[in-house]
Design a protein around this ligand. Structure first.
Ligand SMILES: [Zn+2]
Length: 258
């Protein structure tokens, strides 16, 4: 589809010269997730496909991730909800096999896509774990397959019990570019030590992003494999944990005894 972008107008703004502007003008949903744009006059940021009235180009700025837009002081648009909707630009598994094992701190759900382990979730209740998996992969068909996953579940459960032994299985991580950077940084924190949200923000080269780092930790689907439990508040307090602060405390205590 080709669109006329007023190429003959004499005072073309930098925004209009930017190829991303064309995606905004055409409300190209294929561009969703590849960048975001903010509008100075309204203070919000949007997906390229946002159906709201087209902003004046002189008020528009582009951002590589939504975290960049938020750090620049913009709020998510209420119409296209760029903070809530995950664009389906990335490959997503349509079939996921899972099994549930046990370790000393409860249950471990291990899920595998055709590419690798896509979720390791902790909990106390089978149905709740399954719902957690469902909410992370909406639309995927979930197959409880203890037979096929027996050896994988054994490996992952043993690893969750004592992370220092390492885990050598392919992973299938799903997240934004920013989340993936945070999760890779978390994987560099060795068992037995901790880091603060600010430490991680510094390590990924975005020192002002501690809050976004905390959000990325909360979105982690690979408990212990991506050790978000090793991230604590700057004053040493445990801060939150998606799978329970008590469990976080116990995991850290076990690792400190190594
Ligand atoms: Zn919008």
């Amino acid at each position: 589809m080709s669109v006329q972008v007023e190429s003959r107008k004499p005072d073309t703004t930098p925004t209009e010269k930017d190829p991303r502007w064309k995606s905004v003008v055409t409300r190209d949903s294929a561009a969703d997730g590849t960048f975001y744009y903010s509008v100075k006059s309204s203070g919000v940021y949007c997906f390229p496909s946002c159906a709201a009235r087209l902003a004046k180009p002189e008020n528009v700025r582009f951002h590589p991730t939504r975290e960049h837009a938020e750090l620049a002081g913009f709020r998510p648009c209420k119409r296209c909800k760029p903070d809530q909707r995950i664009p389906k630009r990335h490959w997503v598994p349509d079939e996921i096999r899972f099994d549930i094992g046990t370790f000393s701190l409860g249950l471990v759900l291990v899920a595998q896509s055709s590419r690798g382990v896509c979720a390791v979730l902790l909990g106390d209740d089978h149905a709740e774990l399954r719902r957690d998996l469902e909410s992370r992969f909406p639309g995927a068909s979930l197959i409880h397959d203890s037979a096929r996953l027996e050896s994988l579940t054994g490996k992952v459960t043993a690893f969750v019990e004592s992370p220092s032994r390492g885990l050598d299985v392919p992973l299938d991580m799903h997240g934004s570019e920013f989340q993936l950077r945070v999760w890779h940084a978390l994987q560099q924190i060795p068992a037995g030590s901790t880091a603060s949200y600010t430490d991680i923000a510094n390590r990924i080269g975005m020192p002002k992003s501690a809050r976004a780092v905390a959000q990325a930790c909360a979105a982690n689907a690979l408990a212990v494999v991506v050790p978000c439990h090793r991230v604590v508040a700057r004053d040493g307090k445990l801060s939150g944990y998606r799978w329970g602060v008590q469990r976080k405390r116990s995991l850290l205590e076990k690792e400190a005894q190594l």
